[in-house]
Design a protein around this ligand. Structure first.
Ligand code: SF4
Length: 265
């Protein structure tokens, strides 16, 4: 077998841990306005945006219409925005282009039922190569409402998971950032509908990100501090020891590094 070299090895953190190639069709912004959003922070820090200008997804027509080139075995989409009904046609078009080129396509989303149903209906012949990876960081919709105020609620995400699973697509879940004290509630809720793996990760640089994203209020800061206590090294060690033999669970790099399971880079 010939080994194909697709270029420089990426550091395996964040999205790079989930797939070799990340794709999106946005210029900037995301309709879901999550308080902790890494991409909003990057746009504010690195590109000089005001957080208020990043409240909606602005589609990049050039990216949407560009030829998709094979750059690895697995591609994950989308990495800088989500999939919402407003741009559903564009998402379907682009997912179709990815499926035509890549051996494995992972669609990551805080899923909206209309969108997930449409994707399932559009690509029934690609059950072997299309995996849904749904972000569910909490069992509590009030917690979701605080951190991800414009994203679909937890019951809707579980419905999407069940729908994709029942239709025979590969399903996985990512609980990152974990927003509950432990992942047990999420695990119990999603396991019946997950055919692939469940990723658990903690929030990265949460205090800097929420502040950069314009959330400097005492409640947000207190909630970040609470997460830091819940997900301290000592507490993560207890969680890890309890769940480490579950073959479905994957621990994200940020937890592995804290627990000394891999060296920091
Ligand atoms: S869904 Fe993702 S990209 Fe959109 S605001 Fe939330 S964290 Fe950011």
């Amino acid at each position: 077998m010939t080994n194909i070299n697709y270029g420089k090895k990426k550091r395996l953190t964040g999205f790079n841990e989930l797939a070799e190639v990340k794709m999106n069709i946005s210029k900037y912004g995301c309709d879901y306005k999550c308080r902790y959003c890494f991409n909003t922070s990057l746009c504010v820090w690195g590109r000089g945006f005001d957080p208020a200008d990043l409240d909606v997804t602005v589609i990049d027509r050039e990216k949407l219409n560009a030829l998709v080139e094979l750059k690895g075995d697995t591609v994950i989409y989308p990495n800088t925005h989500d999939i919402t009904p407003k741009h559903l046609e564009a998402h379907l078009l682009f997912i179709g282009k990815l499926l035509a080129v890549y051996p494995k396509v992972t669609v990551i989303s805080k899923p909206n039922l209309v969108c997930i149903r449409a994707i399932c209906e559009a690509f029934p012949e690609h059950k072997d190569k299309l995996t849904f990876l749904f972000t569910i960081g909490t069992v509590d919709d009030k917690v979701r409402e605080f951190w991800e105020p414009y994203a679909p609620g937890i019951p809707e995400r579980v419905k999407c998971l069940k729908l994709a699973h029942d239709l025979g697509f590969k399903t996985s879940v990512i609980s990152e950032p974990l927003l509950d004290e432990t992942p047990d509630g999420v695990l119990q809720m999603v396991k019946p509908y997950v055919s692939d793996v469940i990723w658990i990760g903690k929030g990265n640089m949460m205090m800097q990100r929420v502040s950069c994203n314009g959330h400097k209020d005492p409640e947000t800061k207190a909630r970040v501090k609470q997460l830091e206590v819940w997900h301290s090294k000592a507490n993560l060690e207890v969680i890890y020891q309890r769940l480490k033999d579950d073959p479905q669970i994957r621990w994200k790099e940020n937890i592995q590094t804290i627990l000394g399971l891999r060296q920091p880079k």
